[in-house]
Design a protein around this ligand. Structure first.
Ligand code: AMP
Length: 420
């Protein structure tokens, strides 16, 4: 083979696409029921948007971003995540005018240069929602509930929801100082990245994936002990709403999320059976982001999840996602006159919503029936010279072998029989 697919990417083959369509439309339907509207932004943006929002020292920006310079020397990046582009679009399109809150959802590819492994790709598909314009903990709970009911509604049982509060910049100041006090004696054992994080963003020390750093981080002080009164109340109110909805959760002070813009609620849903890449989705409040990228101080909350891991989890739990659709009808012709007749006739059936196929490369009756079988068609529709002369067709149920004659026109009688 001369050309190969880029490392860390994959093709969605026709045999798989019905599964994708199923989980994508389930997300669209639920998001719409919750009052969210779809937004689509470009797959590339000015690189500065991500540097400014995610933080220049975040892994996503430092190591994983696909950057490129265009013909005029402008710096762009393939989007590594969806929140900053949606926030950019919200500000640019003045969505703050009018409605108090905007409830948006998106579906689309994201790009990160990371080491590929099961459940981790360089191009992956995310679904996500962003609720912009309110700081009410009611919405924290609403957003979490949408995610929870989406995943559980698909049939996943081994789900785990963990929540935390990372506080506001006011709480973070004291907490950062406490973290530095804790990590200072261990500086020599930390990885080079963490030594940088120690100065720049001590909270990132909690998110490191290196084993020794993780072990040291075990004993670090908890953000929850450093929340100021409004943040503590916000977190309590969010939990109360989750309890009212009967959504099970645990509090995990280690959920800090890797990007700079998070404040208050942070959450993650993981799936037990997935090994290392077991996080299905995550999100949180980002009250600082819109101001950071040039807007007013507008509070917001959202989440993002990956469809690839979701499919892996559904497979692991053996949730049936149906089969690739098979044609309702396979047309079989006998003789030249019938062949002349078939294309206009097929079109009428197709425009009436019947999935109908025909194989013009096969001539004999036997070869055409075999093709119908191969495509797992439900019915064969036989049009021969005798039938044409009598203005009729034969509809054959390919499973039972039963067949019956119908008039060629009007189609309604035949369609009713096919749908029965
Ligand atoms: P994040 O934006 O890193 O919080 O990721 C949110 C969700 O996107 C994760 O829980 C995964 O389901 C998915 N995800 C993130 N990175 C990848 C990746 N490289 N490959 C596949 N899915 C990913």
């Amino acid at each position: 083979m001369k050309y190969q697919i880029p490392r860390g990417t994959y093709d969605i083959l026709p045999e798989q696409s019905h599964k994708w369509q199923r989980i994508i439309s389930a997300f669209r339907e639920l998001a719409a029921a919750y009052g969210y509207e779809e937004i689509s932004t470009p797959v590339f943006e000015q690189a500065g948007l991500f540097e400014r929002s995610s933080g220049e020292s975040s892994d996503v920006v430092k190591k994983e971003m696909y950057r490129f310079t265009d013909q005029k020397g402008r710096e762009f990046a393939l989007r590594p995540e969806g929140t900053a582009p949606v926030a950019r679009s919200y500000l640019e399109n003045r969505m703050d005018i009018g409605a108090a809150v905007r409830k948006l959802y998106y579906i689309g590819p994201m790009f990160r240069y990371d080491r590929p492994q099961a459940g981790r790709y360089r191009q992956f598909q995310q679904y996500g929602i962003e609720l912009i314009g309110s700081d009410n903990p009611y919405y924290d709970a609403e957003v979490i509930s949408l995610l929870w009911f989406y995943l559980s509604g698909l049939g996943l049982a081994k789900l785990r929801l963990e929540i935390n509060s990372v506080g506001c910049p006011n709480c973070a100041r004291d907490y950062d100082a406490a973290l530095q006090d804790y990590f200072r004696p261990h500086l020599g054992q930390l990885c080079p990245d963490c030594r940088q994080r120690f100065e720049l963003k001590p909270r990132r020390l909690l998110d490191c994936k290196v084993k020794t750093c993780r072990e040291i981080a075990q004993g670090a002080p908890s953000q929850l002990d450093y929340l100021d009164e409004p943040c503590r109340k916000h977190f309590q109110d969010t939990q109360h709403q989750l309890e009212l909805m009967g959504i099970p959760f645990t509090i995990n002070p280690r959920i800090v999320r890797g990007l700079d813009y998070y404040t208050n609620t942070a959450f993650e849903v993981s799936y037990e059976g997935l090994g290392a890449q077991n996080s299905l989705a995550g999100g949180g409040r980002y009250n600082g982001l819109l101001e950071q990228i040039g807007g007013k101080n507008i509070p917001a909350i959202g989440f993002a999840g990956g469809f690839e891991r979701l499919l892996l989890a559904l497979e692991e739990e053996k949730v049936p996602l149906g089969n690739a659709p098979a044609p309702e009808l396979f047309v079989v012709t006998l003789g030249e006159a019938a062949r002349e007749y078939v294309l206009p006739y097929l079109n009428k059936l197709r425009l009436a919503g019947i999935q109908a196929e025909y194989d013009p490369d096969k001539n004999s009756f036997k070869a055409q029936l075999k093709a119908a079988d191969g495509r797992r068609a439900r019915h064969a529709l036989i049009i021969g010279e005798t039938e044409l002369a009598a203005r009729s067709v034969i509809l054959k149920d390919l499973a039972s072998g039963e067949q019956q004659t119908y008039p060629l026109e009007p189609l309604s009688v035949l369609i009713e029989a096919i749908r029965r």
